[in-house]
Design a protein around this ligand. Structure first.
Ligand code: AMP
Length: 215
């Protein structure tokens, strides 16, 4: 089984959803979503980076790499799903060196491919539970009176960076800084592209196949 993976893709491609399904099915720990959690908890790091998140810019590589190193120190490098990391070439290169130092390597880089239409549709209707982080769409959820999480009864709300102008910036960052990683991981022969426009269960069947190495 492949246990060390990164999930890559545009905002709204389903990285968080798939990461959660992987953890539930295979018990592999997931990193997501470190920075949003720091912001919501109001930690010094969260306060320092909140504005960057709100603008839709990427946080500096140094900060992210330190977070990932901390995460690996705490959880070990036996198995992990990095959701939305790396997002730049320096981040990808640092991850490779960190893992080499730990005498291990990535097994899989899964790229969730989505059309711009899917991104806009999902982001404009995306709702997230304030308590447990469950993500759903306003269309899928049939709310009678109030938006309530089906799992924990928490309040469902829109992400503040899901606003149209911020999304524009997040997509621009993705196109210029993250897209080049495809080449990086293709050269390492661990890149797998999956059509992320489909339902979460259908996408997950493909993701599971890769993790279980049934190809
Ligand atoms: P996410 O929770 O993955 O949707 O990311 C929300 C925001 O956190 C992004 O728009 C960035 O501002 C920041 N962020 C998350 N991951 C990274 C990363 N690997 N590099 C830089 N910034 C990041």
């Amino acid at each position: 089984m492949k246990r060390r993976l990164v999930l890559l893709g545009a905002p709204g491609s389903g990285k968080g959803t798939q990461a959660e399904m992987i953890t539930r099915q295979f018990g592999i720990p997931v990193t997501s979503p470190i920075l949003r959690r720091e912001r919501d908890l109001g930690t010094p790091l969260g306060l320092k980076t909140a504005e960057t998140l709100q603008r839709g810019d990427l946080v500096s590589d140094d900060i992210i790499i330190e977070l990932i190193e901390d995460w690996l120190r705490l959880h070990g490098s036996h198995g992990f799903v990095f959701d939305g990391f790396p997002r730049t070439l320096p981040q990808a290169q640092s991850l490779s060196s960190i893992l080499a130092r730990l005498r291990t390597a990535l097994d899989l880089a899964i790229w969730l491919e989505v059309s711009e239409e899917t991104v806009r549709e999902r982001i404009s209707g995306r709702l997230q539970c304030r308590s447990c982080g469950f993500v759903t769409s306003a269309n899928a959820a049939k709310f009678s009176e109030r938006a309530v999480c089906p799992y924990c009864d928490g309040h469902l709300e829109r992400r503040s960076d899901d606003d149209v102008t911020v999304l524009q910036k997040r997509l621009a960052e993705y196109n210029t800084k993250t897209q080049p990683l495809a080449d990086f991981y293709r050269k390492m022969s661990i890149l797998h592209r999956i059509d992320g426009n489909r339902d979460r269960e259908v996408v997950f069947a493909d993701v599971s196949g890769l993790i279980e190495d049934k190809r």
